[in-house]
Design a protein around this ligand. Structure first.
Ligand code: PMP
Length: 387
C-alpha cells in the first residue's frame, strides 16, 4: 500500500542526523561504557517534590480526560510567567514544546507555504515544517557572526514566506540574540507581514547577555507565537509539558486540533507543571546554576586547546566546538571519537550547513566526568590537527 506523499516528505534528504546517537546506543547495549554527550536530556531525575505532586494529583483523582487546552490554573500560571499583556486566553498547553511548534506551524501554513528557519537550527525544525505541510527555507547564522542571523540574508529568505521560526537562547549554538538582532527580526517580520515563532524553551539558561522575547517588541504580539516548556527549566523532559503563547484567535482556532490529536495533556502532568511553576523557583534556580557551572567548567577545560575552537555559549546546555582545523567533518570526527574513545557527541552537520565542521557537546554529565571527557576530546582534536 502506498503511503501519503505528506508522510514520505518528512524525513531529511540530507540523511539521518541521529546516526551517531543510535550507534552509541548499540555500543552501550553491547556493554561498552559510552560517555553520552549527545541529546539535551538531563543526567538526573526530576526533583522529588514535582514527582510527589504528580502522584498526589493522580491519587486525588486527576486521572480522567483533562481540560483542553489546559487547566485554568496552569494556563493562568503560564500567562503570569509570560509577562505583561498575556492572559490565560493566550495559552495553549501541549504535550511538550515540540508539539507546540507543530501546532503553531499548522495554524500558520497552507500546503506548500514557506517557513524560514535559521541555520544552524534545532534538528527537528525542518521535519516539523514539512510535517505541517510547509517548505523550509534556510537563512544563515554563520560562526563568523557569532551565530547571530545575517539580517540581509534573512530579508531575502522572507520574500514570499509565511512564517519565521527562531530560537534564542539557541540550540545548538548557544547564541543569545542581541537586542539589535531581535529588533531587526521584528522589523523584518512586520515589513514582510510574516508570523514569528519564537522558541524560548531555554529562557532560564542565559549565561551572557539578556533574553529578550520578540513578542514584547512593538506590533509583535499579534504576529508572534512563543514556545515554552518545563523540560529544560525543571528537569521534566519526559513529562511532555509545553505550551504556546499566541494571539487569542489562534488559541481558539487550534482547539479542534487538540481535540483531533492528543485530546489534551494528562491532568496529573499538568498539576506537576503547575507545582513547578508556582513553587519550583528554587528548583529552577538550582537547575540553572548547575548548567552555568558546567558551562564555565567546559569553557575553562577547553581554553587554549589545539585543534578546536570554542565560542563560549551565551546560553543553553551545550557547547559548540569548531573542529575544522582537524581537517575532518563533524560527522567523521564524531564517528572516530565514538569508536576510538567511546565518547558520543552530535556532529554539527545534523543542525544544518552552517554548523558543518563543528560538534555539539551537551553538558549532561557530572562535573568531573564532563571535564575529563572534554580533555580527551581536546587531546584527540590536537593530535588530528598536528596530523
Ligand atoms: N526547542 C528546542 C530548541 C529544543 O532544544 C527542544 C528540546 N531539545 C525543544 C524545542 C522541545 O522541547 P520539549 O518538547 O521537551 O518541550
Amino acid at each position: 500500500m502506498k503511503l501519503s506523499s505528506r508522510i514520505r516528505a518528512i524525513p531529511s534528504p540530507a540523511g539521518n542526523a541521529w546516526a551517531i546517537y543510535e550507534r552509541a546506543h548499540v555500543l552501550k547495549a553491547q556493554g561498552v561504557d559510552v560517555t553520552m554527550l549527545t541529546i539535551g536530556d538531563h543526567d538526573h531525575v526530576t526533583p522529588e517534590p514535582i514527582i510527589a505532586e504528580m502522584a498526589r494529583s493522580a491519587r486525588g483523582g486527576h486521572t480522567g480526560y483533562a481540560a483542553l487546552p489546559g487547566t485554568a490554573e496552569l494556563r493562568r500560571a503560564i500567562a503570569a510567567r509570560a509577562g505583561e499583556g498575556v492572559g490565560p486566553q493566550n495559552v495553549f498547553v501541549t504535550p511538550g514544546g515540540q508539539f507546540a511548534l507543530f501546532c503553531a506551524l499548522i495554524a500558520m501554513l497552507d500546503p506548500g507555504d514557506r517557513a524560514a528557519i535559521v541555520d544552524p537550527y534545532y534538528a527537528t525544525y525542518p521535519l516539523t515544517v514539512r510535517s505541517a505541510g510547509g517548505e523550509a527555507v534556510i537563512a544563515r547564522a554563520d560562526p563568523e557572526r557569532g551565530f547571530q542571523p545575517d539580517l540581509a540574508d534573512l530579508a531575502d529568505k522572507l520574500q514570499g514566506a509565511r512564517a519565521l521560526l527562531i530560537n534564542s537562547p539557541n540550540n545548538p549554538t548557544g547564541a543569545v540574540y542581541s537586542r539589535e538582532t531581535m529588533e531587526g527580526i521584528a522589523s523584518l517580520c512586520r515589513a514582510h507581514d510574516v508570523w514569528l515563532i519564537s522558541d524560548e524553551v531555554y529562557d532560564t539558561q542565559v549565561w551572557e547577555g539578556e533574553h529578550l522575547s520578540p513578542r514584547t517588541l512593538p506590533g509583535m504580539a499579534e504576529r508572534t507565537v512563543v514556545i515554552g516548556s518545563v523540560s529544560k527549566s525543571h528537569v521534566m523532559t519526559g513529562f511532555r509539558l509545553g505550551w504556546m503563547v499566541a494571539p487569542e484567535e489562534m488559541v481558539r482556532a487550534i482547539w479542534e486540533l487538540g481535540v483531533s490529536t492528543t485530546y489534551g495533556v494528562p491532568g496529573f502532568v499538568q498539576d506537576a507543571a503547575l507545582y513547578a511553576l508556582e513553587y519550583g523557583a528554587q528548583i529552577e534556580a538550582e537547575v540553572t546554576a548547575l548548567y552555568r557551572r558546567r558551562r564555565d567548567l567546559a569553557v575553562e577545560a577547553l581554553r587554549g586547546a589545539n585543534g578546536l575552537r570554542l565560542s563560549a555559549p551565551q546560553g543553553a546546555m551545550y557547547v559548540m566546538l569548531d573542529i575544522r582545523a582537524t581537517g575532518l567533518s563533524g560527522v567523521a570526527f564524531a564517528e572516530r571519537l565514538l569508536e576510538e574513545h567511546h565518547i558520543a557527541v552530535m556532529p554539527g552537520e545534523g543542525f544544518g550547513e552552517a554548523a558543518a565542521g563543528h560538534l555539539r557537546v551537551s553538558l549532561t554529565l557530572e562535573d568531573d566526568r564532563l571535564v575529563e571527557a572534554l580533555q580527551v576530546l581536546a587531546a584527540f582534536a590536537g593530535e588530528l590537527a598536528r596530523g
